[in-house]
Design a protein around this ligand. Structure first.
Ligand code: PHB
Length: 393
């Protein structure tokens, strides 16, 4: 009795002195994403990326078992996002937070991180300014400024001088609008009108009418991937703009692979810029696509949030390795500053200053493959792009 009490006392003392991890030998990772509702496929892709990473790299780091806990946030809802993050930290005692599809949800979590001593690894939310909210945020997705900037010159090179922009009226849309305008006007073009659409817009025919009436030669658009993008591209295809010769430029959110079957041949020829295409030709991507397709439950379901999640898990594993399982958010984040690796999307690194991912941006065209299925085919590479949205802030 006495001896066991002494051993218990020593164990508690060790915990208090920080010589052993305060959280047994299982490290918990909390992932927030849309796992139900209209954006459920995007969340399913988060999960596929996480599961693919763990299937290919093991479920423990330096002897610490990794347990992933998912929380469902079906739509942009900052109050619910904050509540879920709080519950994961306080009740579940997660040491890492990850995921987060929509920008407002990421913004709502950042004020909690310091007190919670918890890093947040963003798998998707793509507004530049999120990184300025907390030094404990790392991002493995993209920003709309980063994916959009090459499009200005691409449009000019295709003989387009006048563009109308149409973006969802929130962070990543506003960033995309500004980045496109800057790049396009620097290359000699003119944005003749800038439309901002409420996030819940689902009837796009009035927008297409405005595009037609504007006299622009092309439309530049950004909406968050999901039913929104499918509706927008369908409206572009079906209201005669394409037939009228009005060109289309957008980041790859608008032609995500999981939307392509529903868009059919109408999508052929669409040009987009993005950090990842499921068709990317590399050994790393081949392995990833095989594992992630198994996890997501079908080839037509795989899309870009899976690669943000896969690389996000890589970053979290490196953080756990560097801290040897102890909860030290700043040390964990510092350990991945400057980290570089070969992602399924190509070579990437975490910018030491901004904590945002540096990556290739590819120009892609929707083409029909030999199997009769449409895909995004990479036709040009803009190597090692940082986030220009952050660089100018
Ligand atoms: C965002 O809310 O930051 C967001 C969501 C979906 C996207 C891109 C950005 O496809």
């Amino acid at each position: 009795m006495k001896a066991s009490k002494r051993i218990l006392g020593a164990a508690i003392g060790a915990v208090l002195m920080g010589t052993v991890s305060a959280y047994a030998d299982t490290i918990k990772v909390g992932i927030i994403g849309p796992f139900s509702g209209p954006f459920a496929l995007q969340g399913k892709n988060f999960q596929a990326g996480v599961e693919a990473y763990m299937a290919l790299n093991g479920k423990s780091v330096k002897g610490h078992d990794i347990e992933v806990i998912y929380r469902d946030l079906p739509a942009a809802n900052p109050a619910q996002s904050r509540a879920l993050a709080q519950e994961l930290v306080v009740k579940e005692k997660v040491q890492y937070l990850g995921g987060v599809y929509f920008t407002p949800d990421a913004m709502a979590i950042t004020p909690l991180l310091k007190q919670a001593n918890t890093p947040l690894v963003i798998f998707n939310a793509a507004t530049s300014a999120i990184m300025n909210q907390s030094p404990l945020v790392v991002r493995t997705s993209f920003t709309t400024a980063q994916t959009t900037s090459p499009l200005g010159k691409i449009a000019i090179d295709r003989g387009v001088k006048k563009v109308i922009s149409a973006v969802s009226d929130y962070g990543p849309g506003v960033d995309a609008e500004a980045a496109f305008k800057k790049a396009f006007e620097a290359a000699g073009g003119q944005v003749v009108e800038a439309i901002r659409m409420p996030l819940n817009t689902n009837d796009f025919s009035p927008i297409m009418q405005r595009v037609r009436d504007s006299g622009a030669e092309a439309v530049f658009a950004f909406l968050p991937s999901g039913p929104t993008t499918l509706g927008f591209v369908k409206a572009y295809n079906e209201t005669g703009l394409k037939q009228a010769g009005i060109k289309f430029f957008a980041p790859g959110d608008l032609t995500q692979e999981s939307d392509l079957p529903a868009l059919g041949d109408g999508a052929l020829g669409l040009l987009t810029t993005f950090h990842y295409a499921v068709s990317h030709d590399s050994p790393e991507n081949k392995k990833f696509v095989e594992a992630a397709t198994k996890a997501v439950g079908g080839a037509d379901q795989l899309s870009f949030p899976s690669v943000g999640a896969y690389d996000g898990m890589h970053v979290i594993y490196k953080m756990i390795e560097a801290t040897d399982g102890k909860q030290d958010a700043q040390k964990a984040v510092d350990a991945v500053k400057g980290l570089s690796w070969t992602s399924p999307r190509g070579p990437v690194s975490i910018d030491a200053e901004t904590r945002h991912i540096t990556e290739n941006i590819y120009l892609r065209e929707v083409v029909k493959g030999p199997d009769g299925k449409t895909t995004n085919k990479e036709i040009q590479t803009f190597p090692n792009q940082k986030d220009p949205g952050l660089a100018t802030q």
